[in-house]
Design a protein around this ligand. Structure first.
Ligand SMILES: [Zn+2]
Length: 319
């Protein structure tokens, strides 16, 4: 018995074959070129999709996906892997935060996409139909963006489908990052779309502020190695359990003003409900808004930009 041919868009890899290539498809009538790895193992097993660069300045995650694509060996792989290191290619060259420069939309809010929609929606549609939907398991690698500091955490989506949700929780546990966040929002994220389609999925966060330390890259690399062993796709004993903290709420605070953001706590701070977490001020130093903690919990990420726009995220508390 052998794996089926792995086919993604115009690229394919026969069993035992590894293929790096660029898929080209049309986005808003213009060619969109998307590099990726197809790794088809010699023996049958699960299909894992790994993506990064949905937010294209989250470099630790992109470095880890590149590393995975480069080193996966079809001779020793059980099953099949699709690795897309930079989904949001226009943003990568532009070093743009949060959005795809083609339409100014956050790609992680438009999944599973729309073939007739804007650029981000068309890219999401292609990714969902060609990559994510043929995976048995899905891992989307993220981190803090250029203006975000964070403590590593792994999000999985509570879809209400017990089988999918418990498989996703298992994936999140074996990945080995300490904080696990069960999210029910926002719709339109990659893992929301996958979980809704019955595909267990996790979204991992490590690194930030445009820096990709070895430690943060390794958080993703080690996690992927542990996940591959957990799924039986690479040899070796199942990964040993690591201690974790499960957070059931992911509470975002947003600015209600344009102004200057002064955080009052560091990332990873343990905070109490009602605690002052920082303030948004105007040019004359007047406080426009105080960010107070919505719950007892842990500060998972903080925006580190002094410049803040109306409706920008300020920070998030996991509780
Ligand atoms: Zn991200």
């Amino acid at each position: 018995m052998a794996n089926d041919v792995l086919k993604v868009g115009s690229l394919s890899a026969a069993p035992g074959e590894k293929r790096y290539g660029i898929n080209e498809f049309s986005v808003q009538g213009q060619p969109y070129r998307l590099p990726m790895w197809l790794v088809n193992g010699s023996t049958p097993g699960p299909t894992l999709a790994v993506t990064a660069g949905v937010h294209a300045a989250e470099y630790a995650s992109i470095a880890a996906a590149l590393d995975l694509g480069q080193r996966l060996d079809p001779k020793t792989l059980r099953g099949r892997a699709i690795v897309v290191p930079v989904m949001n290619m226009p943003a990568f060259g532009a070093r743009s935060i949060y959005v795809c420069p083609l339409d100014g939309k956050n790609p992680n809010r438009v999944f599973p996409g729309n073939a007739q929609g804007t650029a981000s929606e068309q890219i999401a549609d292609w990714m969902f139909k060609n990559v994510i939907s043929q995976a048995g398991f899905y891992c989307d690698l993220h981190g803090g963006d250029l203006i975000e500091a964070l403590v590593p955490f792994t999000i999985f989506f509570g879809s209400g489908n017990d089988k999918v949700d418990s498989a996703a929780l298992e994936m999140a546990k074996v990945f080995g990052i300490h904080y696990l966040v069960r999210s029910t929002t926002p719709p339109g994220s990659t893992i929301f779309a996958a979980a809704t389609a019955g595909i267990p999925a996790i979204l991992t966060e490590a690194g930030g502020q445009g820096i990709w330390t070895k430690e943060d890259v390794d958080a993703h690399v080690d996690g992927l190695d542990r996940l591959l062993r957990h799924l039986g796709m690479t040899a070796g004993p199942p990964p040993a359990a690591k201690p974790f903290t499960l957070l059931e709420q992911f509470l975002w605070l947003r600015s209600q003003h344009e102004g200057f953001w002064y955080p009052a706590v560091p990332v990873n701070a343990a905070v109490k409900k009602g605690q002052d977490l920082g303030s948004v001020k105007d040019w004359e130093g007047r406080v426009l808004q105080t960010a107070s903690s919505p719950a007892d919990g842990r500060v998972l990420f903080i925006v580190t930009s002094l410049a803040i726009n109306n409706n920008d995220p300020l920070l998030a508390v996991g509780a």
